[in-house]
Design a binder for this molecule. Structure first.
Ligand code: FES
Length: 107
């Protein structure tokens, strides 16, 4: 498999109720991941873009968290309705969606 130009990691971490740290699992990260996979399927852009699920990426309080490499851009508070914009604007056209980028305070 060739190295992708963009590799997206979607946090799928869950934590038990009452855990002191929040988790992306409590904030519908599964539907965010499903939407990324759907967008990739629709685009058929498999040679350039790869989507993977991951464990905790770090900024749990800002989740659902999505990390894009090679730039190392971390998105927070991503909802299903944001995914098409990230996919087309950033993954396909190289321009991060600034309104969703996590502040340096968190990551
Ligand atoms: S649980 Fe998703 S970033 Fe930590």
């Amino acid at each position: 498999m060739p190295r992708p130009e963009k590799h997206v990691f979607v946090c799928m971490q869950n934590r038990p109720a009452g855990h002191p740290r929040p988790s992306c699992g409590q904030n519908n990260c599964a539907e965010v991941a499903e939407e990324f996979f759907w967008q990739l399927q629709q685009s058929q852009d498999f040679a350039r873009i790869q989507v993977s699920t991951s464990g905790c990426l770090g900024p749990c309080s800002e989740g659902p968290s999505v990390l894009v490499y090679p730039e190392g851009v971390m998105y927070g508070g991503v909802s299903k309705s944001d995914v098409a914009e990230i996919f087309s604007q950033h993954l396909q056209n190289g321009k991060p969606v600034e309104r969703l980028v996590v502040s340096e305070e968190y990551w």
